[in-house]
Design a protein around this ligand. Structure first.
Ligand SMILES: NC(=O)c1ccc[n+]([C@@H]2O[C@H](COP(=O)([O-])OP(=O)(O)OC[C@H]3O[C@@H](n4cnc5c(N)ncnc54)[C@H](O)[C@@H]3O)[C@@H](O)[C@H]2O)c1
Ligand SMILES: O=C(O)C[C@H](O)C(=O)O
Length: 350
C-alpha cells in the first residue's frame, strides 16, 4: 500500500537564488567530480558547480577536452579549485598521468553525465548499448577510488544505468543504497514550469512530486497534490500536462533536430540536485525526488521524494494517495519500469 506523502517541501527555486552564488566561503569544503565534464551537460553543470558555495574542489573528467574546460573555469573568481583530467595523459594543471584516479580520489559527490544523447526517433533505451558500458566502467573506477562518495547518475537510460551502478558497487563490496541516486530533477523542473504556466503562477513557487522512473510513461507527475491544481484544471488539460511532462525530453530532442537532447535545463537540474545533496551533507534538512533503491512498489528502484542527510538518502518517503487517473498511469508504468531495471541488472552481471 502507499505510504504517507508527508514531507518538508523544498522549493527548487530557492537553490538557484542569488545567495547560492554569493554565500560565505566557510562551507566550501566538498570535493565534487563531474564525469563527462566536456559534454553538453557537463560543461554548464561544471560551471554552475564552480559557483557553488559548498564546493571546495571540482574535478572535471572526460575522455576529451577537460584540460581546456578546467583552464577556462579556473578564471571564475570563486573558491572552488579546478582540475581537468583525461583517462591517461593530459591534465590541467599539468600533474602527471593518473587520470581518473586523480579526479575521483577524495570525492564526496560524483555526478555522471557521461554517455551519448538521443537523436530524434530514438528512445532512451536505444542508448543502452553504448551508455551501459560507459557507466559500468566509470562506476568501477568510483568503487576503487572513492567508495564512500554519493553517486548521482544522469546518463540515460537512468532506469537501467542506476541498477547497473548498484550491481557494480555490490560486486566490489561497497554498495550503500543511501549513496546511489538517479537524477530525475529535470522531470520535476518541467512539471513545475508547466504547472506555473497553467495556473498563472511563478514556477519557482511550485513543487510537483514526480514519481516512477525517467523514461516516457515511467515518469508520473502527481499534479493532484499541487494546491489549487484540481480546482483550476480540467481532466483534459491535466492529461495534456502529464503527457508533456512524460515526453518533455522528446520535445527538446525534436527541437534540437539531431544535435542532442536537453543540456542547459539538465545542467540546471543537475546543479539543483547536487547542491541539495551538498547542503544536506552540511546539515540542512533536504527533501527532493530521486530514483533510488526502494520498497515502495514492486520495482526495486523507484523515484519518489527522499530525505537527504550527511550520508545521502536517510529516508525514502512515500508519495501519498493517487487519484484514479494517476493510478491508471501507475499501473501502466510498473511493468515497463521493472523490465528496464532488470535489463540493467542482467547487463551488469553478465
Ligand atoms: N537524467 C536526465 O534527466 C538526463 C537529461 C538530459 C540528458 N541525459 C543524458 O545525459 C547523457 C549526456 O548527455 P549530453 O547531452 O551531455 O551528451 P554529450 O555527448 O554532449 O556529452 C557526453 C560526454 O560524455 C563523454 N564521455 C563519453 N564516454 C565517456 C567516458 N567513458 N568517460 C568520461 N566521459 C565520457 C563524452 O566525451 C562527452 O563529452 C546522455 O546519456 C543523455 O541521454 C539525462
Ligand atoms: O530526453 C532525453 O533523451 C534526455 C533526458 O532524459 C531528458 O529528459 O531531457
Amino acid at each position: 500500500m502507499f505510504a504517507s506523502a508527508s514531507r518538508a517541501t523544498v522549493s527548487i527555486a530557492t537553490k538557484m537564488s542569488k545567495a547560492s552564488f554569493s554565500s560565505t566561503t566557510a562551507a566550501a569544503s566538498k570535493k565534487v567530480a563531474v564525469l563527462g565534464a566536456a559534454g553538453g551537460i557537463g560543461q554548464p553543470l561544471s560551471m554552475l558547480l564552480k559557483l557553488s558555495p559548498h564546493v571546495g574542489e571540482l574535478s572535471c573528467y572526460d575522455i576529451v577536452g577537460t584540460p581546456g574546460v578546467a583552464a577556462d573555469l579556473s578564471h571564475i573568481p570563486t573558491p572552488a579549485k579546478i582540475s581537468g583530467d583525461l583517462p591517461a595523459a593530459g591534465s590541467w594543471p599539468p600533474k602527471g598521468n593518473d587520470g581518473i584516479a586523480r579526479a575521483l580520489t577524495g570525492c564526496d559527490v560524483v555526478v555522471i553525465p557521461a554517455g551519448v544523447p538521443r537523436k530524434p526517433g530514438m528512445t532512451r533505451d536505444d542508448l543502452f548499448n553504448t551508455n551501459a558500458g560507459i557507466v559500468k566502467g566509470l562506476v568501477e573506477s568510483c568503487a576503487e577510488h572513492c567508495p564512500g562518495a554519493i553517486l548521482a547518475i544522469i546518463s540515460n537510460p537512468v532506469n537501467s544505468t542506476v541498477p547497473i551502478a548498484a550491481e557494480v558497487l555490490k560486486a566490489r563490496g561497497v554498495y550503500d543504497p543511501k549513496k546511489l541516486c538517479g537524477v530525475t530533477t529535470l522531470d520535476v523542473c518541467r512539471a513545475n514550469t508547466f504547472v506555473g504556466e497553467a495556473l498563472g503562477k511563478d514556477p519557482r513557487e511550485v513543487d510537483v512530486t514526480v514519481i516512477g522512473g525517467h523514461a516516457g510513461i515511467t515518469i508520473l507527475p502527481l499534479f493532484s497534490q499541487v494546491p489549487g491544481f484540481m480546482d483550476a484544471v480540467d481532466e483534459k488539460k491535466m492529461d495534456a500536462l502529464t503527457v508533456r511532462t512524460q515526453f518533455g525530453g522528446d520535445e527538446v530532442v525534436k527541437a534540437k533536430a539531431g544535435a542532442g537532447s536537453a543540456t542547459l535545463s539538465m545542467a540546471y537540474a543537475g546543479y539543483v540536485f547536487t547542491e541539495n545533496v551538498l547542503r544536506a551533507m552540511d546539515g540542512e534538512e533536504i527533501t527532493q525526488c530521486a530514483f533510488v533503491e526502494s520498497t515502495l512498489t514492486d520495482a526495486p528502484y523507484f523515484a519518489s521524494p527522499c530525505k537527504f542527510g550527511p550520508d545521502g538518502v536517510t529516508e525514502v518517503l512515500g508519495y501519498g494517495e493517487l487519484t484514479a487517473y494517476e493510478k491508471g498511469w501507475f499501473d501502466k508504468m510498473l511493468p515497463d519500469l521493472k523490465k528496464q531495471i532488470q535489463k540493467g541488472i542482467d547487463f551488469a552481471n553478465n
